[in-house]
Design a protein around this ligand. Structure first.
Ligand code: GLV
Ligand code: MN
Ligand code: MN
Length: 426
């Protein structure tokens, strides 16, 4: 690569411009929580999502980037290469947030990609390969479960219509929300869907806040991400019978909440891990009729289970339905798996490029796996893939108090600019 020209691109990264763009994005779906933290609630395929995408396009247009969108709503911005026939380097992340989300998870990876490409242009660097910025559809899975739908369809993990019938809290089908978005974005040229309909990119690199405390605790600037642990999501449905809370003897009840407690207690035993590596979360519970003086006839809860070792992920994940069935006493139980991402290790190409860039810029970096899942997990089977982490305050994420320093984010964008210049000149 172009060791002579990359420093110019690195110098052209603007901390102020990147921060201003992030704060402009944070206003779209922005709210203040009761503690005064500035959160963002920008679910995928909503008018707010589209407003954010239009804002991104308004920045990309003057830079001469060419937009396109695929059938899953994944949005791409292409910077042409000296040889347009070469496979592009792909970089980006997601623009949707958790319902109680922060200002950096996902969106920074998209804004950093734009900042890095803009810096390359301002430095007069024309790469051999095209560079494409991507904003993946529905990474979070907060409105429509599971997450990473855009990248899964792009990589051929699932058919494009696999989630059509999934509904949000208001009963809106994913297929209809997606169709509405594609209709509103009819002016954006359509492109083939990922490797299902087109060629693979040369490499994929995603910048993201760490979402954990290690970089900050250890006083480091950059995480060279080596891979991502496995995740499985399940939904458990318990069906019993509703009764009057004052009159119905306990012996006659089919109380869905009591069976939910039995199931979760049994699952806690299944997921026991003295090494504290395993992650097990029941994060969402719905009960009906959800009133204090009626016995619940229905309980529904989610399971988010993660582990870096695929053998553990498979063995304990596969045991979940049986453990739930054995635990419930009075209700019928159904267990449905919603998401299955096996652990991945990144090939050396991108992590080594990140390591070289961080070293060249005098940044303190370490190799680390990701505990959170990302769209990068599904790109691993498509092309050499990697991620750049930057520290975030106290490791907090998926919360309005999520925060990353402007200087830390600028450092990450500088590393990304150098990595893009490196990869796109191969
Ligand atoms: C991503 O949002 C995750 O939950 O890891
Ligand atoms: Mn994210
Ligand atoms: Mn997230």
């Amino acid at each position: 690569m172009t060791d002579g020209v990359a420093p110019n691109a690195v110098a052209a990264v603007s901390e102020a411009r990147q921060w201003e763009r992030l704060m402009a994005m944070a206003a779209i779906g922005g709210f203040t929580d009761p503690a005064g933290h500035p959160g963002v609630n920008r679910a995928c395929l909503t008018p707010l999502d589209r407003e954010a995408r239009r804002l991104l396009l308004s920045w990309a247009g003057p830079l001469g980037l060419t937009p396109s969108v695929d059938v899953l709503g994944n949005l791409f911005l292409r910077q042409e290469g000296a040889d347009p026939s070469l496979a592009p380097v792909l970089t980006g992340s997601h623009m949707d947030t958790q319902p109680n989300g922060g200002r950096f998870d996902g969106i920074w990876g998209v804004i950093a990609a734009l900042e890095a490409v803009q810096a390359l242009r301002e430095a007069g660097i024309a790469t051999r390969r095209p560079i494409e910025i991507v904003a993946w559809t529905n990474e979070e899975g907060g409105r429509f479960a599971p997450g990473c739908m855009g990248s899964m369809a792009y990589a051929g993990f699932k058919a494009r219509d696999a989630w059509d019938a999934i509904t949000d809290n208001d009963g809106i089908r994913f297929a209809d929300a997606l169709a509405a978005q594609l209709a509103e974005e009819h002016d954006i040229p359509r492109r083939p869907l990922g490797i299902v309909e087109g060629p693979a990119p040369f490499a994929y690199v995603e910048a993201h806040i760490e979402q954990g405390p290690r970089l900050e605790t250890e006083g480091l600037d950059i995480g060279i991400v080596t891979g991502i642990q496995g995740s499985r999501w399940f939904v458990v449905e318990l069906a019993g019978k509703t009764d009057h809370a004052g009159t119905t003897p306990l012996s006659l009840r089919q109380d869905a909440v009591q069976d939910m407690v039995r199931a979760v207690t049994a699952l806690n035993a299944l997921m026991h891990d003295p090494a504290d590596v395993l992650r097990f979360t029941v994060g969402r519970i719905e009960v009906s009729p959800n009133t204090s003086n009626s016995v619940a006839d229905r309980a529904r809860f989610t399971i988010d289970f993660r582990h870096p070792d695929n053998a553990v992920l498979q063995a304990r994940g596969n045991a979940i339905p049986g453990v739930v069935q054995a635990a419930v006493a009075r209700c019928s139980a159904g267990v449905e798996e919603r998401f299955h991402a096996t652990p991945v290790a990144f090939q050396p190409l991108v992590p080594e490029a990140v390591e070289r860039a961080a070293a060249a810029q005098g940044l303190k970096a370490m190799r680390m796996p990701s505990g959170a899942f990302h769209d990068a997990q599904f790109l691993v089977s498509v092309c050499p893939t990697g991620m750049i982490f930057v520290p975030c305050r106290k490791g907090v994420s998926h919360h309005p108090s999520e925060y990353a320093e402007p200087a830390a984010l600028a450092a990450g964008a500088r590393v990304l600019a150098q990595v893009l210049a490196d990869l796109a000149n191969r």
